[in-house]
Design a protein around this ligand. Structure first.
Ligand code: SIN
Length: 485
């Protein structure tokens, strides 16, 4: 099949029972760079959510009974189709989400890599035969799919956060209903189109875009037909869903907010640390849950580090995602811009210094925020305690290793953390002391399909990606065979 164009991949209805299902109610999806409407999308309600759940339930029997090899082959076809259609998927994502097209193409590859990875994992889903402890018995441990799953995904990674949930679910033999984000539903609908074209059977994947996240989320979380819910988003919403899932003791994975520290120790290489910080801070314009949020720099390196990072930040080019040479696109909406501006101005009025940026780039449009460096941040400032979710580097200082660790851990969140250091003993000591699900040491890049991704404390439960990501969609069954002695 020849590759799609962006317009032939722009689907705007719900995807249920393998068909495009329109609704009378529609909502608009706009391009954050221009404000232009790019699509009018179907708006699912509670009835349609129930229909999607029934569709997934009807498809479960035959999908779960396909051999692991058959499921893996279909996943590999889906992976190949994503790669063949990378350009169209990237243009669509950039139009609805704002990230530059080359960065969006990188996300398509990242998203597809989960499909490839879990195609492999489907074929490695072995169980156990336990050692004999009673000669009259043998015990087998078998892994089985959880059943119908539901996923609720965020706008910041419109492709990868969908595939990171659908691929392990399908690999395990589960079927799924996905509520994609209201702001960026088009990337996920395009993925459903490709899945259908490569032969993933009707009802195995169902997508229900909506403006009524509360009702649809509650319907998915409380349905007794749905046996597992996976959510990526805010800690506040995650807590509500966790409560709702308790109604029928559903299996749950939550990837929630973060407040990632990035520590630069006195033995770090300043330029390399600044380079790594750029990678994890400015990916997607700072709109990631694992973006470095609190930059803790050893007092002795403060001037050098502030200087190095400020030079790099000043060199970033901001503009619409479809313009060549752009590093950073717009923020997602006015709420995001207002939050970033509020945090920066509050830090300034509390005594911090704006080294560069600190304002909206209004000649480009209302949603473009200047890449910003703020130094002289202290622990009590709001900017140090809230997830910035924007292109702002907030720098504070410390004097001892113990102080850095204590400050880094002083948050209810525990998703990602980073540090730069050379001393091997320190690298182990600090890695072990940081209360986080993920630690990046001398690197700002920690996301790969083969890495377990997830947090502790109020950043969530469960892991995505990696060999552990499949377990979230499996139940363990113990079979005891008696009368053998
Ligand atoms: C996120 O934190 O928002 C997801 C980022 C990733 O998978 O790297």
């Amino acid at each position: 099949m020849s590759a799609h164009s962006m317009s032939s991949l722009t689907k705007t209805d719900c995807f249920i029972e393998g068909h495009w299902v329109p609704t009378e109610a529609r909502f608009t999806v706009t391009n954050p760079a221009t404000g232009d409407v790019i699509a009018e999308v179907a708006d699912a309600d509670e009835d349609l959510t129930q229909r999607a759940i029934n569709s997934a339930e009807d498809a479960l029997h035959s999908w779960s009974r396909k051999s692991a090899r058959e499921r893996a082959e279909l996943l590999r076809k889906w992976y190949n189709s994503m790669i063949d259609n990378k350009q169209a998927l990237a243009e669509l994502m950039s139009a609805e989400q704002g990230k530059p097209v080359p960065e969006a193409a990188g996300e398509v590859e990242y998203g597809a890599s989960f499909v490839d990875w879990f195609a492999g994992e489907a074929e490695r889903m072995d169980g156990d035969i336990l050692p004999v402890v009673d000669n009259s018995k043998r015990v087998l441990v078998m892994k089985q799919p959880v059943g119908v799953c539901a996923a609720i995904t965020p706008w910041n990674f419109p492709n990868a956060m969908i595939t990171r949930k659908i691929a392990p679910a399908l690999a395990a033999g589960c079927t799924i209903v996905v509520k994609p984000p209201q702001l960026t539903p088009l990337s996920s609908l395009a993925l459903a189109q490709l899945a259908s074209e490569v032969g993933i059977p009707d009802g195995v994947i169902n997508l229900i875009p909506t403006t009524d996240a509360k009702t649809v989320g509650k319907t998915l979380a409380t349905s007794d037909k749905v046996r597992k819910l996976s959510f990526t988003g805010s800690t506040g919403v995650g807590k509500v869903l966790m409560q709702q899932c308790s109604e029928n003791v559903k299996k749950i994975s939550l990837e929630l907010g973060g407040n990632a520290p990035f520590i630069v120790f006195d033995d770090a290489d300043v330029d390399s640390a600044a380079e790594q910080l750029m990678a994890c801070k400015f990916r997607n314009g700072g709109q990631t849950c694992i973006a470095a949020n609190r930059i803790l720099v050893h007092e002795s390196l403060k001037d050098d580090f502030v200087n190095a990072i400020t030079q790099k930040v000043k060199a970033l080019r901001v503009g619409p995602g479809d313009k060549e040479g752009v590093d950073l696109g717009p923020l997602i909406d006015t709420d995001a811009v207002d939050k970033v501006q509020r945090l920066v101005l509050a830090a300034k009025s509390d005594g911090a210094t704006i080294e560069t940026g600190g304002h909206v780039l209004s000649d480009l449009g209302d949603l473009f925020y200047a890449p910003t460096v703020v130094s002289g941040v202290t622990e009590d400032m709001e900017i140090n305690n809230e997830e910035i979710f924007g292109p702002v580097v907030a720098i504070s200082t410390f004097e001892t290793e113990e102080e850095a660790i204590e400050k880094a851990n002083n948050t209810p969140f525990g998703l990602a953390s980073y540090f730069a250091a050379k001393d091997t003993a320190r690298i182990f000591r600090v890695s072990e002391a940081l209360e986080y699900g993920m630690v990046g040491v001398n690197t700002g890049g920690i996301s790969h399909a083969y890495n377990p991704f997830g947090g502790i404390k109020e950043s969530g439960v469960g892991r995505e990606g990696s060999k552990y990501g499949l377990d979230e969609y499996l139940e363990i069954k113990t079979i005891t065979l008696g009368g053998l002695g």
